[in-house]
Design a protein around this ligand. Structure first.
Ligand SMILES: [Zn+2]
Length: 370
């Protein structure tokens, strides 16, 4: 192997990944080299690989060929001369958020609001992203990756690489719940609550003390599995059985829920989303973290009359990553419901095609490059 490593690269949009020999990264400055143990795959990965340039031309992919892979976890093997507090041998999750580090948003810890914000190994948020793809060309679908020290969440011994490589969508949900408000003693509607993102929201809402967790989705079997996680606090409703708002009112003494998270996927119904939005109480807060795209219609005066807050949220901070792994270490959040579906790097194309074929959010998909 020497100074080379194996990595899966996409050479053409939608084309199969090829296993290539590429130079192994070398740590310098404030960067580290991580040996990747697992890299998680989210349900949207197939869309990003196949449809992104068409669906979202404003969210650029890295120039091809490129190493994708959004949610890596592994072991630090080398640290650059300016790295403080991270050592070779540390077990880490690598958040894919890359940003400039020098703008006011970055300096305030809000890297996802940076004008250069890029998901390493996935897609960026504007043309500036190519600058960061050049600096960090390695996603998690390779044996090693270069990562900035600011992206690392050190893992407690009892948090597995498998569960760590699920942190991306767990964190997206966790950060959105924090933005929604104080959970303990409150009610929250998770629209799309059987999926990878939605089930993560259910688990963290439970850990954060929400006492009524209302879950909507289509699949009745998966909804019942989610409800069984905590039948005292979780209620579930299939959108195949009617509209969301009347059901939510029946569950909340006619008031509506305190908070709503929308976690639906890219091709979900906009009508269902509006139905869920209309299920919050006066003063309620809505946080959108799903991938649903398109124009929706609602009476804007409703936001004022009912004092509704509508907010969008992307990903989470590295500090929130530390909060989550601490909740996992102490079993405050219970992630034992996840089934791990692992593939070696050589099977990456089958692995990518298999994403979404398990039991909704209960199945975690990952490749194991080493
Ligand atoms: Zn910045």
């Amino acid at each position: 192997m020497g100074d080379m490593m194996r990595a899966a690269r996409m050479h053409a949009v939608g084309g199969a990944m090829q296993i290539d020999e590429v130079p192994k990264p070398v740590a310098s400055g404030s960067n580290v080299v991580v040996e990747v143990a697992t890299c998680g795959m989210v349900p949207n990965l197939g869309n990003v690989l196949r449809n992104w340039p068409e669906w979202c031309p404003h969210l650029p992919q890295p120039k091809l060929p490129a190493i994708f892979g959004l949610d890596p976890a592994g072991v630090v093997r080398e640290v650059g001369e300016n790295v403080i507090g991270i050592r070779p041998g540390d077990r880490v999750y690598v958040s894919p958020v890359r940003s400039c580090g020098t703008c006011p948003a970055c300096l305030d810890g809000k890297r996802t609001q940076c004008n250069y914000m890029t998901f390493n190994g996935y897609f960026g948020f504007q043309e500036n992203s190519q600058v960061l793809y050049q600096q960090y060309p390695h996603g998690g679908f390779g044996e090693y990756m270069l990562a900035p020290a600011y992206s690392l969440v050190k893992l407690p011994d009892n948090v597995s690489f498998e569960d760590a490589s699920r942190l991306g969508y767990l964190g997206t949900a966790y950060s959105a719940l924090k933005k929604a408000g104080h959970m303990a003693g409150h009610s929250v509607l998770i629209n799309g609550g059987t999926g990878t993102l939605g089930l993560g929201a259910v688990l963290f809402a439970r850990a954060m003390g929400a006492t009524r967790i209302l879950v909507t989705a289509r699949n009745r079997e998966l909804l019942e599995r989610v409800r069984q996680l905590d039948p005292t606090r979780i209620a579930a409703f299939s959108t195949l059985d009617g509209e969301i708002r009347p059901w939510v009112l029946s569950q909340t003494d006619g008031q509506g829920v305190d908070y709503m998270l929308d976690t639906l996927g890219a091709v979900a119904s906009l009508e269902v989303m509006v139905d869920a939005m209309r299920s919050v109480r006066r003063g309620g807060r809505i946080v959108n973290i799903g991938g649903t795209a398109g124009d929706i219609t609602f009476d804007i005066k409703w936001l004022m009359d009912d004092q509704i807050t509508l907010e969008g949220s992307v990903w989470f901070t590295t500090a929130e990553g530390y909060e989550m792994v601490e909740m996992m270490r102490t079993r405050l959040v219970d992630v034992t419901a996840f089934e791990h579906r692992k593939h070696p790097l050589d099977e990456i194309n089958a692995a990518i095609n298999g994403v979404g074929q398990g039991d909704g959010g209960f199945t975690s998909y990952m490749v194991t490059p080493r």
